[in-house]
Design a protein around this ligand. Structure first.
Ligand code: R5P
Length: 295
C-alpha cells in the first residue's frame, strides 16, 4: 500500500506539486523533496512526467529516486509516457538501445516499478519486466473508444490502427490494422534521426464507413496523416483520429484537424486536444495489489 504521493511540478495540471525543482546559475538541476521525513522507509508513488524536455525530466526523476533510495523508500515511478520507448530495436549496426538504457537507469536509481500507459515496446497491458525494470503498463484504448462514442455519437464506428504495431489497441474492438512502410534515415538532414513514413497500406474496405484511427502516439503526425489520406481515398464516410500520447510536432495538429473530422488524445502529454483523463487509471494502478505469481 502506497503511503505517500510525491508530485513533480510537471504534473501540476492534474495534482498539487510537493517536489521542488530549480536550476543553478550554470544550468545544473536542483531537486528537493520537502516532506522527505515522511518518506523514510515508506512505499512512495512519484508522479513525474518524463516528457517534454525528456533528458532534463529523466535526470530530475533520477535525482528524486536517488534521494528517496537514500532514506530507504520504495518508489513507484508514475510516468504516463515513456520517452525512448521507440528505440527498443536497432535499425543500423552500432545504434544505442536507448529504451534499455532508460529502464536500466530508472531501476538503478531506485524505481521499484514504473507505471506507464501504452508503452510502445510492450504492446500489451499488465505487469512485465524490461531491462531489470518492473513495468505496469496500462492501455488507454477503452477510454479513447468510449470517448469517441460519446463525443461523436456514431453508433457504427469502426476502430482501426495505422500500423500492425498498434493492432493490440484495436483488436478487442474487432479492429483491423493497416501496414506502414518507413524509409531510411533522411540524409539531407544530418542532425535529425528521422525515417519518414513512405506509405500506409490497407487490405480491407472502408467505403461508406465511419472510422476511428487509433495509435499509441502522434508525434510528427506522418503516420496519422498518411492513414487519414488512405481511408479518405477509400471513401470512408467520417474519419476521426485518436492516440494515447499526443506530441503534435510542427503543425501536425492543424493538418490533422483540416483533413479529418476530429482529433483527440489523453492528457498523458498536455496538448490542446487532450480530452481523455488518464489520472484515474494511473491512481488505480498505483493502489492495485500486485497480481499473485502464477503457479
Ligand atoms: C510507431 O510505430 C508508433 O506506433 C507511431 O505510429 C509513430 O511513432 C507515430 O509517429 P509519427 O507521428 O511521427 O508518424
Amino acid at each position: 500500500m502506497v503511503s505517500m504521493y510525491l508530485i513533480a511540478p510537471n504534473f501540476s495540471d492534474l495534482m498539487e506539486p510537493n517536489v521542488e525543482f530549480k536550476t543553478f546559475p550554470d544550468g545544473d538541476s536542483y531537486a528537493r523533496i520537502n516532506d522527505i521525513s515522511k518518506c523514510q522507509g515508506e512505499d512512495v508513488a512519484l508522479f513525474h512526467r518524463l516528457y517534454p524536455k525528456q533528458n532534463t525530466a529523466i535526470f530530475n526523476a533520477c535525482q528524486i529516486l536517488h534521494t528517496l533510495k537514500r532514506v530507504g523508500a520504495r518508489t513507484t515511478l508514475v510516468s504516463p509516457y515513456l520517452p525512448y520507448s521507440r528505440q527498443d530495436k536497432t535499425f543500423l549496426m552500432g545504434e544505442a538501445l536507448s529504451a534499455q538504457v532508460l529502464c536500466k537507469l530508472l531501476n538503478d536509481f531506485g524505481a521499484v516499478k514504473l507505471v506507464t500507459v501504452d508503452c510502445h515496446f510492450l504492446k500489451k497491458e499488465g505487469e512485465s519486466e524490461y531491462a531489470n525494470l518492473k513495468i505496469h503498463n496500462i492501455s488507454a484504448n477503452k477510454l479513447l473508444v468510449e470517448h469517441a462514442r460519446k463525443k461523436i455519437g456514431l453508433e457504427h464506428l469502426e476502430v482501426i490502427s495505422p500500423d500492425q504495431g498498434a493492432n493490440y489497441l484495436v483488436s478487442e474492438f474487432g479492429g483491423k490494422s493497416m501496414s506502414k512502410v518507413r524509409g531510411d534515415y533522411d540524409k539531407d538532414n544530418g542532425a535529425e534521426a528521422y525515417r519518414s513514413v513512405q506509405k500506409v497500406e490497407r487490405e480491407f474496405d472502408v467505403d461508406g464507413k465511419n472510422i476511428l484511427i487509433m495509435d499509441d502516439m502522434i508525434s510528427t503526425g506522418g503516420t496519422m496523416i498518411k492513414a487519414v489520406e488512405n481511408v479518405k481515398k477509400g471513401k470512408a464516410r467520417k474519419v476521426f483520429c485518436a492516440a494515447t500520447h499526443g506530441f503534435f510536432l510542427n503543425d501536425s495538429l492543424e493538418k490533422l484537424k483540416k483533413i479529418s473530422d476530429g482529433v483527440f488524445t489523453t492528457n498523458s502529454i498536455p496538448n490542446p486536444v487532450a480530452e481523455v483523463d488518464i489520472l484515474p487509471l494511473l491512481k488505480g494502478a498505483v493502489e492495485a495489489k500486485p497480481a499473485a505469481p502464477s503457479q
